[in-house]
Design a protein around this ligand. Structure first.
Ligand code: SF4
Length: 376
């Protein structure tokens, strides 16, 4: 396999595995570990990944797989400068996914200076959010997150919300919609409570939740489209973009393409495919570690026997999806990590995750459009 066949488009960097919260559905396996990425490792990321000719321009760098804000703005100032110096002229789009606890002017100054994309994890109204998103002392974190949201809004800094949907949240889409509308949160993404990593069950497992999820998406879309200025919703906008897109674009799936996503752990270990593989114990795949950024570029991963075994399984899973699933042309074979965690192998096909996030999402959006046409 040639490394030039797939350019690196997204680099997920784990600045620390640590998280200051303790959410009930968290999948991160090592969130008590307070290790921080060392400058030597950041220099190696710059030298072997950012400056690498197989890295695309622009490239997205996502600071994730732990709570990024448990480090300081000064740490990121040094990290961003280090990566920029390694690849002069390359556009690096930094992105944080954060619980927003502790946002202050120093953070917003940093993000403004480097044009950082911010996603805030917020699950809707206080009772829904606090049911799962707990502090380490066991209290709800809603007030702390909303304080961060208010800081961003006061400074006019743009951000989006990522909400994890659970069984309770699917019961009342109107209440969640009203909460976002009333708090001027108009850019929303939905994740589902996944069976992944350290989270081995989900309140959404069962056929009744596929129907509830479809109804949720449909209702949210209908409410949004009734406004003069509809919400941006990743799920709804994503399906809308697919309609009329060329077939090859529709089934593009970065998680099954070697090196399109490169994940780098706090200690410099590198992986590819689903970022959720980072830190997972899996002896048959060398714990999904295929190279070390201190010594190698990402292309070295292609030569590792464990990478080749995993890629063989992922390719077989995609082929099985192609042959068996009527949603393949808008999905491209799903997320390898969800197949691995739910089915025990990436060679499998349907997961509860794809039935919700691919199949029910598509059906929910199409149902809302069909409803529009009936009303014309
Ligand atoms: S929707 Fe599920 S079964 Fe269908 S192609 Fe995607 S991952 Fe495979």
């Amino acid at each position: 396999m040639s490394a030039s066949a797939d350019l690196i488009k997204v680099i997920v960097i784990q600045p620390t595995p640590y998280c200051n919260l303790n959410c009930g559905y968290c999948y991160l396996p090592d969130r008590d570990n307070g290790q921080r990425m060392q400058l030597e490792t950041l220099n190696a990321v710059g030298r072997n990944v950012l400056a690498n000719p197989i890295t695309s321009d622009p490239v997205t760098v996502v600071w994730h797989a732990g709570e990024p804000m448990t480090l300081s703005p000064a740490w990121y100032e040094e990290a961003f400068s280090c990566l920029a110096a390694a690849a002069p002229g390359r556009k690096i789009q930094h992105s944080f996914q954060s619980n927003a606890v502790g946002i202050n002017n120093a953070w917003i100054d940093l993000w403004s200076q480097w044009d950082v994309v911010i996603g805030v994890s917020l699950d809707g109204p206080a009772d829904l959010h606090d049911r799962h998103r707990k502090t380490r002392g066991g209290r709800g974190s809603f007030a702390l997150t909303m304080r961060g949201v208010e800081q961003l809004q006061a400074r006019g800094y743009p951000f989006h919300i990522i909400s994890v949907l659970t069984a309770e949240s699917l019961t009342d889409p109107d209440r969640i919609f009203d909460f976002y509308r009333d708090h001027q949160l108009r850019n929303v993404c939905f994740n589902v409570e996944e069976i992944e990593g350290g989270n081995d069950t989900s309140s959404l497992k069962g056929p009744e939740f596929e129907s509830a999820y479809k109804k949720f998406i449909r209702r949210f879309m209908e409410r949004s489209r009734s406004l003069p200025d509809p919400f941006h919703c990743r799920e709804i906008d994503g399906v809308t973009r697919l309609i009329g897109a060329p077939a090859e674009t529709r089934k593009h799936n970065p998680q099954v393409r070697p090196l399109e996503l490169v994940s780098i752990a706090v200690d410099g270990k590198m992986s590819t495919f689903s970022p959720e593989f980072l830190g997972v114990k899996a002896p048959e795949f060398n714990d999904f570690v295929f190279a070390d950024v201190h010594f190698d570029g990402p292309e070295a991963m292609l030569l590792h026997p464990a990478f080749q075994r995993l890629y063989g399984d992922i390719t077989a899973g995609v082929e099985a999806c192609r042959k068996s699933c009527s949603y393949f042309d808008v999905c491209g074979g799903g997320a390898p990590s969800n197949k691995y965690f739910e089915l025990g192998s990436c060679r499998g096909t349907e997961t509860f995750y794809c039935r919700l996030t691919r199949q029910a999402t598509l059906e929910g959006v199409l149902a809302a459009y069909e409803n529009d046409m009936e009303l014309v």
